[in-house]
Structures are given as C-alpha cells and as structure tokens.
Ligand binder design. Structure first.
Ligand code: HEC
Ligand code: HEC
Ligand code: HEC
Length: 378
C-alpha cells in the first residue's frame, strides 16, 4: 500500500509543467524509467515512440496513450493496472499488493517516477502502425499450430543458419567433449565401462525428470550424471559444470528424433502425479514483481515480441541449450531460473524441487514432440 522507496526526493516542485521547454525536460525524465530494464521497462512489452531497434508487441502500442487516456487514467494504469482490468497482464508499478514470491516487496516505481512517466505518456498522441495481434505463422514456416512448435521455429534466420552449419556451430565442441568424457578412464571406471558404447544410450535422456525412490524426489538427467560421476571416482561440480553439460549434450544428441512420452510405473504413480500437479500449478501461478505466470507468456503470448525476444511455447525439447547471450551451454534448470529472474521472482536454488516439478510438467506438456537438443538459442 505505502510507497517504501527511498528514491523520490528529486521532485519537480518549483517547475511549471505548462511551459513547453520544461514539459520537454519532464518527458525526457519519464523516458528514462520507461526504457530502463531495471525499472519501468515498459519497452519490454509496449511499442512506443523514441525506441530504437525491434519494437515489442506483447501489449498495445503506446503511441496514442496521451490521446486515449486522461492523465488520471494513465496514472491508474501505471500505478495498479488491476484497477483498470482485473485480469491484466500489465504489472502494477506502484503497488505490491498480492504479489507472491517477489524478489522484493518494494513497488517498482515511486510516486514521483510514475508522475514523470505519465507526463511523458501524455505527450504521445500520434497513431501507431504497429499491431499487437498474435501472428498466425511462426518465423520459420511450418504447418503446425504455434503452441505445438519448438523454439527452433522462432529462431532468427541468422541463428537458424548457424545452427544448421555444423562447422561453425559451437555445439559440436560440446558433444565431442562429452564423448571424450564418456570414454575417459579416471582412477575408477569410465561411463563406458558400466554403460558400454554411448550409442546404446539412445533413449536414456528421455523420461527425465523421474521419481527416484532412493532420493525420494524427482531427478533430471543432469542430476543422474552427477550421481554417476561419483561412481566414476571423479565427482563433478554441480549442474552447470561444463563436463555435466557436455555429457548431457552427448546423451541428448544420441536420443535426437525420439518422441517425448512421459510416464511412470505403477509403484511411483501417485508420488509422480503429485509432482506433476505441483508443476502444473506453478506454471499457472502469478509470481514476482511482474506478477505473471509462465502460462501468460508461453500459452497466451506465443509469437509476440518482447524487445528482441520472440516468445515460444517454451517446450523443453532443445536442451541443453547453447545460449549466445551466455556464450555457454546451459541446462533447463538455468533457463527456468532465468525466467524466474525475468519476472523478478525469488530465484529457486539450482536443483530445487520447484524446478524439477516445472520441468516434469513442461515435458508432459510437450508429449509427442521430438527431442532436438542440444540446440542454439539467442
Ligand atoms: C509485462 C508486460 C508489460 C509491461 C512491462 C508494461 N505493460 Fe503496460 N500493458 C501491458 C498489457 C498486456 C496491456 C493491455 C491491457 C491489459 O492487459 O489489461 C497494457 C496496457 C497499458 C496501457 C493502456 C494501453 C491502451 O492502449 O489501452 C498503458 C497506458 C500502459 N500499459 C502503460 C505502461 C507503462 C507506462 C509501462 C511502464 C511503466 C508499462 N505499461 C509496462 C503489459 C505491460
Ligand atoms: C559403476 C557403474 C556406473 C558408472 C561408472 C556410471 N554409471 Fe550411469 N548408471 C549406473 C547405474 C547402476 C544406473 C541405474 C540408475 C541408478 O542407480 O542411478 C545408471 C544410470 C545412468 C543413466 C540413466 C539410464 C537410463 O536408461 O535410465 C544415465 C543417463 C547414466 N547412468 C549416465 C552415466 C554417465 C554420464 C556416466 C559417466 C560420468 C555414468 N553413468 C557412469 C551405473 C554407472
Ligand atoms: C514475461 C514473459 C515470460 C514469462 C512470465 C516466463 N517466460 Fe519463459 N521465456 C520468455 C522469453 C521471452 C523466452 C525466450 C524466448 C523463448 O524461447 O520463448 C523464454 C524462454 C523460456 C524457455 C526456453 C525455451 C527454449 O526453447 O529455449 C523455457 C523452458 C521457459 N521460458 C520456461 C518458463 C517458465 C517455467 C516460466 C514460469 C516460471 C516462464 N518461462 C515464465 C518469457 C517469459
């Protein structure tokens, strides 16, 4: 309810907003919060004047906001959009009311910042040519409905070309490294000594996460690799250890083209179902200071633009991913944590139950799709 922020001392008092020169100053100030990724970040969802590069299409363009709404209405939109539309996907920038798992309970913008944002919005009065209607076709042609497409259909032509170019694509190095590790003898046994040629592991990457009776929790492929690394006598250092990711890349690559078909056996059925239901619930629950659920983006906004990102259905078919912005391979665990961070939610610990439950639900949601990983991402 209250505004707890310590910022907000830099008020406009003493200035007369009626004078055009000062109005221009005020509007520049608002633009700062509108663009800043760590503050208003309005440009992540809205197209608007004065933004260079790709325009976002998640939400209606704001070019005409000053024409369409009064300053009081604009203040309401920005402060708490739920007052304008109870089901809104617009974060409430001036109220922390009913936030869950937010990484901070402080409203995103101070009253003062909201005022300068609204001053800027009121100056926007020209029609926009940008539409926020969902596209009917993915970037890369396919006949399937958008919600059944993997991330590959949403890659830019440049990235798709790099992905298909085996000589310059960085992924080959990772699977090669995985192959070397698979056969490598340490003081103990190699993976190959217990499991044989890696080609025999076709299908082994499927079915994870699965219920582990000994650990009494869901384990995913990277967890299994960590457990097995201990058996080789050369323990690895956590889920994002490059050796774990190389082995994961290798094991996924030998299962490419196989259909995801998540099931469990009768003895673990009810425990597994509980985990699945927990994952489904999480997927549909609003979290973080953005107050958005996974489903809001990955079911409702597929194909729309958030700055340079195109939202895909989020199917976990391409993991592990080599993400250009990370300049590294990363696990599904890391990607999920990035989305928690994106909505400014508390970050779950790597390997936590929440992440395994989400992974299980997302794999179930991708049943019938083909394993494609490891793949490139933006
Ligand atoms: C996470 C995405 C998101 C962010 C970030 C966001 N908005 Fe929105 N906004 C929306 C959506 C979606 C709507 C459409 C209305 C609805 O869903 O209720 C909307 C609606 C609006 C409207 C009404 C537009 C109209 O034409 O009816 C205004 C004004 C607005 N937003 C301003 C802002 C400002 C200013 C910021 C930054 C401080 C911002 N928004 C940040 C998603 C967002
Ligand atoms: C000492 C023998 C041994 C070694 C060495 C070993 N594993 Fe395993 N692995 C097992 C056993 C036993 C299982 C069955 C599940 C369990 O008990 O964890 C298994 C299961 C697996 C599975 C799941 C297979 C499936 O079809 O469900 C994968 C994947 C795997 N290991 C990968 C590896 C990798 C990668 C290495 C090398 C880092 C490795 N293992 C080294 C014994 C071994
Ligand atoms: C505000 C919108 C938004 C929300 C909410 C969101 N994500 Fe994402 N997510 C993205 C964007 C943008 C990307 C990058 C483009 C893509 O792959 O879809 C992404 C990527 C992903 C990917 C990678 C897909 C791939 O093929 O590389 C997964 C998996 C994912 N998100 C899961 C989740 C989960 C689980 C949640 C909820 C905890 C969530 N996301 C919440 C926007 C969102």
């Amino acid at each position: 309810m209250g505004n707890f922020s310590a910022i907000g001392q830099n008020s406009d008092q003493g200035q007369s907003p009626a004078k055009p020169v000062e109005a221009a100053q005020v509007s520049t100030k608002g633009l700062q919060w509108i663009n800043d990724k760590n503050s208003g970040n309005c440009a992540a969802c809205h197209a608007m004047p004065g933004v260079a590069g790709v325009q976002s299409t998640f939400a209606p363009p704001l070019h005409e906001a000053g024409q369409k709404w009064t300053p009081a209405e604009l203040t309401q939109w920005v402060t708490d959009a739920r007052q304008m539309n109870p089901n809104t996907l617009m974060p409430s920038f001036g109220s922390a009311k009913e936030w869950q798992k937010a990484n901070s309970s402080i409203p995103i913008l101070t009253t003062e910042q909201i005022k300068s944002v609204v001053d800027t919005l009121t100056t926007w009065r020209a029609p926009s040519s940008i539409s926020n209607r969902p596209p009917t076709k993915p970037i890369n042609p396919s006949n399937k409905p958008l919600q059944h497409l993997s991330g590959t259909a949403f890659l830019s032509p440049e990235l798709l070309e790099l992905q298909n170019d085996l000589s310059s694509n960085p992924i080959g190095l990772w699977t090669e490294q995985g192959r070397a590790l698979w056969n490598k003898r340490t003081s103990g046994s190699s993976c190959a000594q217990c499991h044989g040629n890696v080609a025999k592991m076709r299908g082994a990457a499927l079915g994870f996460p699965r219920w582990s009776a000994s650990k009494q929790k869901l384990v995913n492929l990277e967890d299994q690799i960590l457990t097995c690394a201990e058996r080789t006598g050369a323990a690895l250092k956590g889920l994002e250890d490059p050796d774990v990711l190389s082995l994961s890349a290798l094991l996924h690559s030998v299962s490419q083209g196989m259909e995801i078909n998540m099931t469990t056996d009768a003895t673990t059925q009810s425990l597994w179902q509980n985990q699945l239901r927990a994952g489904e619930k999480l997927f549909n629950t609003r979290i973080g200071r953005m107050n958005l659920a996974c489903s809001h983006c990955h079911d409702q906004k597929i194909g729309l633009q958030m700055r340079a990102e195109v939202i895909s259905p989020g199917h976990p078919t391409g993991f592990p991913i080599f993400k250009m912005s990370w300049q590294a391979m990363g696990s599904v665990d890391r990607r999920l944590r990035a989305c928690f961070s994106g909505v400014q939610a508390e970050l779950p610990e790597p390997g936590s139950a929440v992440l395994r439950q989400l992974e299980l639900y997302m794999k179930m949601r991708a049943n019938g799709m083909l394993v494609e990983g490891p793949l490139l991402r933006r």
